[in-house]
Design a protein around this ligand. Structure first.
Ligand code: GLY
Length: 376
C-alpha cells in the first residue's frame, strides 16, 4: 500500500477526494482515491492513545503490518485483532471474542477501533465499536469493492444470526472511511465482480449515467482505469442518500433494491453465492417484478441482464427453490409489521417501495430466475 502511494508521489498534487456524509455532529468524510488509507491512518493514529485494528485475518496478512505502522507513526499504541475471514466475522461469537481481546488490552472509551477488510469485517468491527464500553469511535478501511461502494459507508453495523443476515446490529457512524484503490489490487476477481453488483445497484438508483459507462466499458478487473472514478461516484450517491435519511425511514430504503430476494437467495443458497452475486440475482428478480406489475419497460430488464452478464455476474439459477426463497423473505416481512416490501423500479434513477404486490408475484419472479432461455 505505502510503496504504491509513495511512487504515486505526490501527496500534495494527488490528494484523494473527500466526500462528506452530512449528519451534523455525526458527519464525516469518506476519503476516496490513492492515498486514502494513509490519510485515514495518519489522522486516527494521532487521535487516540490506543487503536485496535479489527481485521479480516486474510486481509491482515496482506495489509495489517502497513496499516499498523502508519497508525503507530501517529503515536498510538496499536493492536491487531484478527477476525474470521469473510462472513465468519459476522457472528455474535466473533464479536464477543474481539471485545474480550480489546478489553484485555486495556482499551478505554477515548480509544478507536479500525475495521480493516471487506464488508463483513467492517460491519463486525463497527458493531464492536457500537457496543464496546457503550460505544467508542471507529474508522473503516474497506478493502473490497463492495465495502468501498456500499457496506462501509453509512454506519450500518451488525452481525448475522442463523435465522438470517444482519438481524443484530446498530447504526453507529464511523469518524472516517478510507476507500483506497491500493487495497483493491489484491482482491480476488470473484470478490471484485461481486462488488460490481452493488455498483450497478447504486448507479441504477442514483447515477444512471454510470450505468451507460459500465455498459460501454465494463471493468473486468480491479486494475481497470475507471475503478477509482466508479468508487467515487458510488460513494457520492450513497453519501447523499445517507445524509438525507440516516436510519432508513425513507430514502435509504432504496439501497435495498435487489436485497429482499437477494438476501433470501444468499441465505437459502448456503454459501454458494457471495453477497453481491445474490444481489445481482435479486435485482433481476426485482426488475422482473417491476415489469410484471406494469411499473417498468421490459427492455430495461434485458438491459440489466446484459450488463450483469458483461460484468461476470449470475443472472439465473435453475437450482433455486422458489417456495424456500419466498419463505425466507418472511423474516423481512415480520420486520415491517407483516407487510411485504419490495424495492421496485420505474426506470433508471427511480426506485419505489411496493407494498401491494399480487399474491404469488415474488414466487413468479424467483421462478423467472430459474429459466435462462425465457429472456432472449
Ligand atoms: N447497504 C444498504 C445501506 O447501507 O443502507
Amino acid at each position: 500500500m505505502r510503496a504504491g502511494h509513495r511512487a504515486a508521489g505526490a501527496a500534495v498534487l494527488n490528494q484523494p477526494d473527500r466526500i462528506r456524509v452530512e449528519l451534523g455532529e455525526r458527519g464525516y468524510d469518506v476519503i476516496v482515491g490513492p492515498g486514502a488509507a494513509d490519510a485515514v491512518t495518519h489522522m486516527t493514529g494521532k487521535a487516540a492513545e490506543r487503536v485496535a485494528v479489527l481485521a479480516d485475518e486474510a486481509v491482515a496478512e496482506l495489509h495489517g503490518d502497513d496499516v499498523q505502522d502508519r497508525l503507530r507513526d501517529g503515536g498510538a499504541d496499536v493492536r491487531l485483532v484478527p477476525l474470521p475471514t469473510g462472513e465468519g466475522a459476522k457472528s455474535l461469537a466473533a464479536v464477543e471474542e474481539a471485545c474480550r481481546h480489546v478489553i484485555g488490552r486495556g482499551f478505554e472509551r477515548g480509544d478507536i477501533v479500525v475495521g480493516l477488510g471487506g464488508g463483513a469485517a467492517t460491519d463486525a468491527a463497527g458493531f464492536v465499536a457500537a457496543v464496546l464500553l457503550r460505544g467508542v469511535r471507529w474508522v473503516a478501511l474497506p478493502t473490497s469493492l463492495l465495502g468501498q461502494v456500499d457496506a462501509a459507508v453509512g454506519g450500518k453495523t451488525g452481525v448475522d444470526l442463523p435465522e438470517g443476515k444482519n438481524l443484530v446490529g446498530a447504526f453507529h457512524q464511523p469518524m472516517a472511511v478510507g476507500c483506497d484503490p491500493a487495497f483493491l489490487a489484491t482482491l480476488p476477481l470473484r470478490e471484485f465482480r461481486a462488488g460490481l453488483a452493488e455498483v450497478v445497484k447504486t448507479a441504477w438508483i442514483g447515477d444512471p449515467e454510470l450505468i451507460g459507462r459500465l455498459e460501454s466499458d465494463p471493468p473486468g478487473d480491479p486494475d481497470h482505469p475507471a475503478v477509482a472514478e466508479i468508487v467515487r461516484r458510488c460513494v457520492a450517491v450513497k453519501a447523499r442518500i445517507v445524509s438525507e435519511d440516516e436510519r432508513e425511514g425513507g430514502a435509504r430504503a432504496q439501497l435495498n433494491f435487489g436485497h429482499t430476494l437477494g438476501h433470501a437467495i444468499e441465505t437459502e443458497a448456503a454459501g454458494r453465492y457471495r453477497h453481491g452475486e445474490a444481489v445481482a440475482l435479486g435485482m433481476v428478480a426485482a426488475v422482473q417484478l417491476s415489469v410484471e406489475t406494469g411499473r417498468c419497460e421490459e427492455a430495461l430488464l434485458h438491459r440489466l441482464i446484459r450488463l450483469l452478464e458483461a460484468l461476470g455476474l449470475p443472472t439465473h439459477d435453475s437450482e433455486l427453490d422458489p417456495d424456500a426463497v419466498v419463505a425466507r423473505t418472511h423474516l423481512d416481512k415480520k420486520r415491517h409489521g407483516g407487510e411485504d416490501r419490495y424495492q421496485l423500479t420505474l426506470g433508471l434513477g427511480s426506485i419505489s417501495v411496493a407494498r401491494d404486490l399480487p399474491e404469488g408475484a415474488p414466487r413468479a419472479a424467483v421462478e423467472f430466475l430459474r429459466r435462462p432461455l425465457s429472456r432472449a
